[in-house]
Design a protein around this ligand. Structure first.
Ligand code: 5CA
Ligand code: ZN
Length: 412
């Protein structure tokens, strides 16, 4: 399917350091030095109730990675999926009485517009589950040839025991796995499964639900095989970073890795697994099932500058869990106005060290709050908020503006 419109990135005259990132699988820091183009896969939306601030926060996190790699001189190949057929989407369409295809198309289009407004760089490939069904079928066949597939009635399951590395992405104990599997779309209690943790890869046709022909009977893809198939096709195995929110650590990313690793004879799915924290609202995780959502499009429709939304998000480190409040948004609106005032002067406090700090912070596990704090300090010094205004750098604004845009995605 179509991605969103390109977002321009100014070319910088300075380059940033190599990017070091926290890896969920090892629990440690890894300096990611891509061999050729950096290859990034980020799990995309299930297109209903999009785009809420939690979604935006996760895509912003990986946008920072994309920008940090580029600043370090690496081209990036970025792939994202859209889960345009799955149980929750079908349930929502049914509940509100709209056609599921129409719901998915409408919400995907809104998501594209929100991403563009937030200056999230567009993926090179935005790939739907429905258009990827031939890839899913081919991957199920490869897994079947590896002895990893079995049937329960009309459904095909994948044996988690087929992957010797099962569990090494999330590192959870079995009880935690069982709990999360049940909470996040799995069916641990289904009779006839070899292991309660085995996920479905092909769901046989259900009355009233969409289904496609396959060598295993009519049906539709399971969730994890969708991302495994799309990532392998569009990036290949052992790509640099698999990303998503921390609610995807298990089972989703563990199962994607398992499918791919068994199909690829043990080659790792990704070299590093990175996860963004969860944004809450009103004391709970912002989620479609709870309905405690703040929509990017609603803020845009209320004349909120999307750059203020972006700045409010940038004030949180991508790995922390935090609560959205209106107060943070309005503070960001004011901060952006103050930044603009300082940047409109042309001259200001020395910009060179600020540029260095922004690029260093970004490369240091995407430390956006540190980068933003450096800009705050420059703005204060330039406006003389804490004393005399410093205008010793005649080209300060011209030096800073392209870096704010290229590294932080803030067009101010
Ligand atoms: N389509 C699947 C991934 S293949 C899916 O999880 N879709 S989603 O629409 O539920 O979520 C899209 C992305 O937003 C995922 O990476 C998810 O981890 C992230 N996300 C969802 N809720 C939040 C939240 N409250 N805070 C931060 N990120 C969130
Ligand atoms: Zn996914």
């Amino acid at each position: 399917m179509r991605a969103w419109s390109p977002v321009e990135v100014p070319t910088l005259s300075v380059s940033g350091p190599e990017v070091s990132l926290h890896d969920t699988a090892t629990g440690g820091r890894v300096t990611s030095v891509p061999e050729d183009a950096a290859r990034l896969y980020v799990c995309g939306i299930t297109p209903y109730d999009a785009t809420h601030i939690g979604h935006a926060n996760t895509y912003l996190a990986f946008d920072l990675l994309n920008r940090a790699w580029r600043a370090a001189g690496h081209p990036v190949r970025y792939v994202q999926n859209v889960t345009d057929v799955d149980d929750p989407l079908l349930e929502r369409a049914d509940k509100v009485g709209v056609d599921w295809v129409e719901l998915a198309e409408r919400e995907t289009e809104l998501f594209r517009q929100d991403m563009h407004a937030l200056r999230i760089l567009a993926p090179d490939a935005l790939v739907g589950a429905v258009e990827s069904i031939p890839l899913v079928i081919a991957l199920v066949q490869r897994l079947d040839a590896a002895g990893a597939i079995y049937r329960v009635e009309d459904d095909l399951y994948y044996s988690v025991s087929a992957d010797p590395a099962f569990g090494e992405e999330s590192n959870y104990d079995r009880d935690t796995m069982l709990r999360l599997f049940g909470e996040r779309g799995g069916d641990p209690d289904r009779a006839g499964k070899k292991d309660p943790l085995d996920p479905v890869v092909w769901l046989g046709e259900r009355p009233g639900e969409p289904a496609w022909e396959s060598p295993f009977g009519r049906g539709r893809p399971g969730w994890h095989i969708e991302c495994a198939a799309i990532a392998l096709e569009h990036l290949g195995a052992a790509f640099d970073v698999q990303g998503g929110g921390s609610d995807l650590v298990f089972p989703h990313h563990e199962m994607c890795a398992g499918h791919a690793q068994v199909a690829e004879g043990g080659r790792p799915f990704a070299q590093l697994y990175a996860h963004a924290g969860m944004v809450g609202y009103g004391g709970e995780k912002m989620s479609k099932s709870l309905g405690n959502l703040v929509f990017v499009s609603a803020l845009r429709n209320s004349d909120i500058d999307p750059m203020a939304v972006r700045l409010a998000l940038l004030r949180h480190h991508y790995r922390t869990d935090w609560e959205w409040t209106d107060a943070q948004l309005f503070a960001a609106v004011d901060d952006l106005a103050t930044w603009r005032r300082a940047l409109s002067l042309g001259a200001g406090a020395p910009a060179g060290p600020v540029v260095e700090e922004i690029l260093a912070a970004l490369a240091d596990d995407l430390d956006a709050p540190r980068a933003v704090a450096a800009v705050d300090a420059w703005v204060k010094a330039t406006l003389g908020t804490d004393g005399l205004a410093d205008t010793t750098d005649a080209d300060a604004a011209a030096t800073l503006l392209p870096v704010l845009d290229a590294a932080l995605g803030l067009a101010v």
